[in-house]
Ligand binder design. Sequence first.
Ligand SMILES: C[S@@+](CC[C@H](N)C(=O)[O-])C[C@H]1O[C@@H](n2cnc3c(N)ncnc32)[C@H](O)[C@@H]1O
Length: 382
Amino acid sequence: MKPPEYYRGREQTYLKHFFLERYLERVAYNIGSFYNDFVYVDGFSGPWQSGDEALDDTSFMIAIQKLRQVREGLAKVGRTPKIRCMFIEREPGPYHALEAAVRDVTDIQIETLNGEFEHSIPEVLKFVGKAFSLVFIDPTGWTGFGLKQITPILQHRPGEVLVNFMFDYINRFLDDPRPDISASFTELFGGPGWETAVRSAVRREDAIVELYRERMRAAGGFTHVTSTRILKPTHDRSYFYLVYGTRHFKGLVEFREVERKAVDEQERVRFAAKQESRETRTGQTELFSADDLASVPASFEVERSVQRDLAVEQLRALLRRQAKVPYEDALATLLELPLVWEGDVKLIILGLRGAGELDVAGLNPPERTPKKGHVLVRKNLK
Ligand SMILES: C[S@@+](CC[C@H](N)C(=O)[O-])C[C@H]1O[C@@H](n2cnc3c(N)ncnc32)[C@H](O)[C@@H]1O
């Protein structure tokens, strides 16, 4: 994909593409190692605000290029799964650009569709068949992917879904009293009840995203639903969340691993965007750029520390319910928390062991860290 400089003024899109490219690589590689058919569906393909003639800064081109690399990588280890893509776009103008851009792609089977995503569900399911599917839903607002309407896609097994939940935009309109707006949110959340959940919440932002995650979990029958947050480039506020649903523990681990990399990238890119904005305002060039600094200020660290505290509490709660918890189960529960990574979980377990709150059965010297196969055993919980 294009470097961040290419996305100047729309750094959030760079970060979305950064995340998508890396996650797609991991999932396609993992699935391609075991299954013979992998399908990637982009329900809101664009092109949209592309600054590149070759459309290399669009999600569909990024996906094609990445999937090509994955296919070559898999071939080297003797795996030749079918890799197919479906790209859907509603608007005729962008659709024609999409069609023209993928017309000459012959090494990956691509189907394009000019229509509304919600109305294309039967075609999508037919195209996917029995394959593993990753469906990417990247709308411009909050309409066109009502939970009820897309439920058949969410329920497809084996499959995963990645939704760009446009928090900033949604939040601005959630209290709009116009009946058609309120009805559109009922569609988004797959039914009523969102008004009370959102309006009575102490932490409104968390409540909105949590509600969407839980409704998506229920609609799709997902084992794990989690999200990662993308901030506004030059303001310390949320722009959107990438909400992810999977039934695979391994998917959750990969998602968090990509988040770990994306957080560093987000720090770097936002540092540069803020600096540029200051320089434009003051007319003065600053001495150091993001690339000169060994580490840019880690604004995520405060949030990570809050999330780690939550993870400690969740682990205690798990052990209160169950005297023995397999390491993988603890990991699966804690990794649903944004910004909590596997290394954090290991440290949390060792910390609680040091404090006499739990023991790790199976962890014997010279081994020092917990891993799959070990069992956490309740001791004196705080
Ligand atoms: C945010 S843009 C997608 C950007 C693209 N995924 C990327 O990252 O390069 C959303 C696109 O979806 C299209 N669109 C809007 N509503 C749609 C709908 N209901 N069904 C399908 N496409 C839709 C818009 O025309 C626009 O091109």
